[in-house]
Ligand binder design. Structure first.
Ligand code: GLU
Length: 476
């Protein structure tokens, strides 16, 4: 690690999730802000997996973090650091604090600690141990923890880049356990040692860690290390302003992916949770990187706004490459057990540009493209069957011949063809349009007539009309 203070070194940020469950959307936003800030400053973005809690950490949760960051396109600039592999370094730091008198061995039993906890609460002060001022019991090999010898007076100021100076009275900060009796390091010690060793210049994380910043500042000072800058992000709340919870719907990054949001739409939306650039609603990564500064994050909690997320994602679907959307949509159809014929991908690629303006998510894109995947002969829905009176069948038969004579099969020509047919029949399009649409789509959502015919191709469109006319003939 460089001897330069963090303020004089190139920016290094990190996201440090604990792998104890799903990857939360708040972690995704923290990762994004760290990534944006590092990119903005031409610095480095790192990932640390805080797996010191061996009982709660799982392989699956580690994988969920990797997958979530991958999906979001937030690639760390170096392989991940696993905190648990660094326990020996954490222990050495605790021992060095013992040597300098900034930590002490505490032999309190669980019962004694409980009594002290109650007393401290009653007296409105932080927990202290009698062992703070006493040597080890002679000849004792009783189990002990190593506690930090916190200052009893004065204050610790966290100069938070978002919240400004936040003052903590030292007498209110407990003498933290640094090493447990089994020799395992605790969170606050591990974070300080790791952030120092990884050369982190800016600690950007959720504001549930704000008071830890005061404790960690004291540990930095005791170890004689320069502190990083701190920036604590407001939490994400639900649309009603309450802390985000299950009843607000999705919370895991994987759920947003499953709901059909695009990663770039998600990045744009998450960037707006607590930060913004004027009234700009839609911006790409380059703009976000150019504009983002962690100091511009607001300190009030951000609210998850589904309408806004849907609007933003819809904009990204419009801009997205159709072949990519076709692949993503095909996956959704596959997961829904829709029969995928050999030409399915091609059919989706044809249909997508014609319907995507109406889709906010890939799931909606799948709903809007189902009609092209239906296999002939289509099962007609009751409404369409009702529309197929003798008169309409006869008219559709004539329309079929009219369309078959069309030289060009594109939206403009087909719109024109439908109009000239309606004129030659002397009836409005409303007299045959709904029936034609039903025959072409089997009752699934479909765009306007000309787009539907174009998406299906000439052969498939005429075939579907023929199927419907022969089915309805059989019926009578
Ligand atoms: N592991 C902590 C968490 O998941 C984050 C610690 C930090 O960023 O300092 O909440």
């Amino acid at each position: 690690m460089s001897a330069l203070s963090p303020a004089d070194r190139p920016v290094v940020t990190r996201v440090a999730p604990s792998p104890t469950g799903m990857m939360h959307i708040g972690t995704a936003r923290t990762a994004l802000f760290n990534w944006l800030f590092a990119r903005h400053c031409g610095g480095t973005f790192l990932l640390r997996i805080e797996d010191t809690d061996r009982e709660r950490s799982t392989e699956a949760a580690v994988q969920a973090i990797f997958d979530g960051l991958d999906w979001l396109g937030l690639k760390a600039d170096a392989p991940p650091v696993f905190q648990a592999t660094r326990a020996e370094l954490h222990r050495q730091a605790a021992l060095s604090l013992l040597d300098t008198g900034r930590a002490y061995r505490c032999y309190m039993t669980v019962e004694e600690l409980e009594i002290e906890r109650q007393k401290a609460r009653a007296e409105g002060r932080a927990i202290r141990s009698v062992w703070r001022d006493h040597e080890a019991p002679a000849g004792s090999n009783a189990p002990y923890v190593i506690r930090f010898r916190g200052p009893l007076e004065g204050e610790t100021i966290v100069n938070d880049l978002i919240k400004g100076p936040v003052r903590f009275q030292n007498k209110e900060l407990d003498d933290l356990v640094l090493l447990r009796s089994d020799g395992m390091p605790t969170y606050n010690l591990a974070v300080v040692v790791d952030d120092h060793d990884m050369g982190i210049t800016h600690v950007i994380r959720g504001d549930d860690h704000l008071s830890n910043a005061a404790r960690q500042s004291l540990i930095y000072e005791a170890l004689g290390w320069a502190k990083p800058a701190f920036a604590h992000l407001p939490l994400i709340h639900g649309p009603d302003g309450a802390k985000l919870s299950k009843r607000h719907g999705a919370q895991a990054v994987s759920e947003f992916a499953d709901m059909g949001y695009l990663p770039e739409g998600m990045r744009n939306y998450l960037a707006r949770l607590g930060w913004g650039h004027g009234d700009d609603e839609i911006f790409d990564d380059d703009q976000a990187i150019a504009w983002f500064n962690v100091a511009d994050v607001v300190s009030a909690p951000a609210r998850l706004d589904w309408d806004k997320l849907n609007f933003i994602n819809g904009q990204y679907i419009r801009q997205a490459d159709d072949a990519r959307l076709a692949d993503l949509t095909l996956d959704i159809h596959r997961s829904r057990d829709v029969h995928l014929h050999a030409g399915a991908l091609e059919a989706l690629t044809r249909a997508i540009p014609l319907v995507k303006d109406g889709a906010k998510t890939i799931l909606q894109l799948a709903d809007l493209t189902l009609f092209v995947l239906k296999a002939r002969p289509l099962e007609l829905d009751p409404k369409t069957k009702n529309l197929l009176t003798d008169e309409t069948r006869a008219r559709l038969g004539r329309l079929r011949e009219h369309l078959a004579r069309e030289a060009a099969w594109d939206i403009v020509s087909l719109e024109q063809a439908v109009r000239t047919f309606s004129e030659s029949e002397g009836v409005g399009i409303g007299k045959f349009g709904p029936a034609l649409r039903g025959v072409l789509s089997g009752g699934a959502p479909a765009p306007d007539l000309a787009s539907t015919l174009t998406a299906l191709t000439r052969e498939e469109s005429l075939g579907r009309i023929d199927d419907a006319l022969s089915q309805s003939q059989q019926r009578v």
